[in-house]
Design a protein around this ligand. Structure first.
Ligand code: AMP
Length: 224
């Protein structure tokens, strides 16, 4: 199964991608996570990407497209969930080209739809662990001890790009650059919209209901 998750920041793409990848045995490719890892490690790519990320802008396409293409070539045949990529039309076209070369067409593009006021509410409550990268939300998925990571006890932090002024920029970037992908994928009839305001588990069920049949059958098997 080959899936793209689309949607505004805070719609739950990362969480749903992880759940789907786990259940269906797919690889999870999150460009945001990959870039943050590079920033943490201080690699050349991380240094280049950081200033764009901290200000809520998109990292230049050439930096991101190559990373994704490489992962798809290595492991794409297993099936994948793309989360945070593509983020604009040039990236969508580049993805198309790579997938054509690999003969791995997309099965479905899931658009997680969320109202702006709910996006703002969720992003203001988001925390992450700077040590192990675990994600939390003080409203929907809090840590057991407030402000501490459940896995490693580290003090949780707010992402630099979840600061209110940066969130504003990210939403503008989303509307201008990413939202047009909804129409782009609608024309190839693989786009399915999923209301993303419900609880995590409900949204996951809605997603599973929309997947093409073989994946749903596999999901049924794995639950025995
Ligand atoms: P995310 O975790 O997906 O919200 O991504 C965090 C930040 O990483 C974004 O605001 C961008 O600066 C950068 N980023 C992630 N994915 C992409 C992408 N596909 N293209 C360009 N920049 C990206």
């Amino acid at each position: 199964m080959r899936i793209v998750l689309l949607g505004p920041p805070g719609a739950g793409k990362g969480t749903q991608a992880e759940l789907l990848a786990g259940r269906l045995g797919l690889i999870h490719i999150s460009t945001g996570d990959i870039l943050r890892e590079h920033v943490e490690k201080g690699t050349e790519l991380g240094l280049q990407a950081k200033k764009f990320m901290d200000s809520g802008k998109l990292v230049p396409d050439d930096l991101v497209v190559d990373i994704v293409a490489e992962r798809l070539k290595e492991k794409g045949a297993r099936g994948f969930v793309l989360d945070g990529f593509p983020r604009n039309l040039p990236q969508a076209r580049a993805l198309n080209k790579v997938l054509k070369e690999l003969d791995l067409p997309l099965d479905i593009v899931l658009y997680l739809a969320l109202e702006t006021n709910e996006i703002l509410r969720r992003l203001s409550a988001r925390l992450f662990c700077p040590d192990c990268g675990a994600n939390y939300n003080q409203i929907s998925s809090p840590s057991e001890i407030p402000g501490r990571c459940d896995n490693c006890g580290q003090t949780l932090k707010k992402r630099e790009d979840d600061q209110p002024e940066t969130v504003h920029r990210r939403l503008k970037v989303y509307e201008a650059e990413t939202a047009p992908l909804i129409d782009y994928y609608k024309t190839s009839s693989i786009l399915k919209e999923v209301p993303a305001s419900a609880e995590l588990s409900e949204v996951l069920q809605e997603i599973l209901r929309r997947l093409p049949h073989p994946a749903r059958a596999r999901e049924g098997d794995s639950r025995g």
